[in-house]
Unconditional design. Sequence first.
Length: 94
Amino acid sequence: MEFAKLTYVQKIVSESVAVQDIISVMELGAKKYGECNWKNVENWRYDEAMLRHIIYGHIGGEILDKESHKAHLAHIACCVIFELQNLHDSKSLT
């Protein structure tokens, strides 16, 4: 049963255009700031970035970020992923 769930989830992720958007934003960040540089950023910076993308982008009616030409929601998702991973790495969620 667990294997069937995993296969289903893998299929959703591999076929998701939204996940590809998030990956694209991550790749842009790696080119701009360096690979794995996100690990050296304090979580409050991700909070600020999320707020900027929410306020000026998503709520403000701008779908694509002017600099990256990627969806503001994809930028927000990246921030959430990085911050959540930082919490796991710091053992704050155990």
